[in-house]
Ligand binder design. Structure first.
Ligand code: SF4
Ligand code: SF4
Length: 357
């Protein structure tokens, strides 16, 4: 498969798990895995197990098919993830792994061990040099660098800051250390618009860093404590939590693309990206809420190029719904920025050839 070729298997608008399993089998049987993965390679299978109440993440039933294909060529797959920046069910290796088991990502079910790429506390990292425009060095999760090959399974969704998240986000945010995540989020600091705050207190109990307190019967964000996770933005029903959307979204998307390059750089020709365009929701799978899909299912895509596959994802969702998943989720944000920047720094190509199978 050429670098920017995209394989595509269609799904019905309301697909069942059985439809998705058969689509995944079909797409994998059309990929010559041995051209990317060699015998005895240690293969990182990156996925997202979903936050506690998330139900729309990629099912372990699909991951199991990928694992079994990798094993057929006598390579050694492991499921992998990294710790979140915010406190919660996935903030260190122990809680994250136990939580992954609860969501069905067990060895018994999937057939591969779950190994945290960034170690026990999210600080096992390797500094990788990149030819970026913002960074010359990025902090990547150690075992993502040490793995011989990777298969990155992404669930495209809208995103509260980036507008859209799929393969580039899964690489850039999903496979860096905590230090890397903090570096990407560092300029994102929300603030409270006092006249809209009813002081319901929800953001105060929700903030994972206890960065929101009461001040004059209104919520108040202590900037020094805030890690920029964006949780308070989604939880406030009164629009009182504000954010400098334009600038900060642009900045985050560019940073994410540069971090994605740090992960991908030593695995060009050794990576496969699979985007599962089903159960696509407004918020990403990191949000601790049950969500309903906002557009019909489309299909499964596979490529060797993280930029091409995300561009095809935006295009397909746009063609079918009039607006792409990013625009439907967050109209004011421009998710194309991550793609433009990614192409500029050499992460991949936006031009692609779609082959429906
Ligand atoms: S959730 Fe919104 S309205 Fe409620 S306290 Fe926080 S900022 Fe104020
Ligand atoms: S972004 Fe909001 S929820 Fe997240 S740490 Fe800052 S104040 Fe707390």
């Amino acid at each position: 498969m050429e670098q920017n070729t995209i394989l595509f298997v269609n799904l019905p608008g309301k697909s069942t798990n059985a439809d998705r399993i058969s689509a995944m089998e079909k797409i994998l049987s059309n990929i010559e895995l041995t051209k990317v993965i060699s015998k005895k390679d240690k293969v990182a299978v990156k996925t997202h197990v979903g936050e506690l109440n998330n139900t729309t993440h990629i099912s372990p039933d699909l991951i199991k098919i990928v694992v079994s294909k990798i094993k057929e060529i006598d390579a050694d797959p492991f499921l992998t993830e990294t710790s979140t920046l915010y406190a919660g069910a996935r903030s260190d290796a122990i809680t994250h792994i136990l939580h992954a088991y609860k969501h069905g990502f067990t060895y018994q079910k999937v057939g591969a061990p779950f190994i945290m790429a960034d170690g026990l506390l999210g600080n096992a990292e390797i500094e990788v040099e990149i030819p970026g425009l913002l960074y010359k060095k990025v902090n990547i999760a150690r075992d993502a660098v040490l793995a011989d090959a990777m298969v990155v399974l992404s669930h495209p969704t809208g995103h509260i800051v980036a507008g859209f998240g799929a393969a580039i986000k899964n690489l850039g945010m999903g496979l860096c250390s905590k230090k890397g995540k903090l570096q990407q989020h560092s300029s994102i600091k929300p603030f409270i618009k006092e006249d809209q705050c009813t002081f319901c207190g929800k953001c105060i109990t929700w903030c994972p860093e206890l960065a929101i307190v009461e001040k004059n019967q209104k919520a108040f964000i202590i900037k020094e404590k805030c890690i920029g996770c964006g949780e308070c933005l989604s939880i406030c029903k009164f629009g009182a939590v504000r954010f400098n959307w334009g600038i900060q979204s642009v900045e985050l998307q560019k940073r994410m693309a540069e971090y994605a390059l740090g992960v991908f750089q030593n695995k060009k020709g050794k990576s496969i990206f699979i985007n599962v365009l089903a159960d696509m929701t407004r918020e990403c799978d990191c949000m601790n809420i049950k969500q309903e899909p906002i557009i019909p299912d489309i299909g499964i895509l596979a490529s060797c190029d993280p930029v091409a596959i995300d561009q095809a994802t935006l295009d397909l969702t746009g063609k079918r719904n009039g607006k792409d998943i990013g625009k439907i989720s967050y109209e004011k944000l421009n998710p194309e920025i991550q793609l433009e920047h990614a192409e500029k720094i050499g992460l991949g190509l936006r031009k692609y050839k779609l082959i429906e199978i």
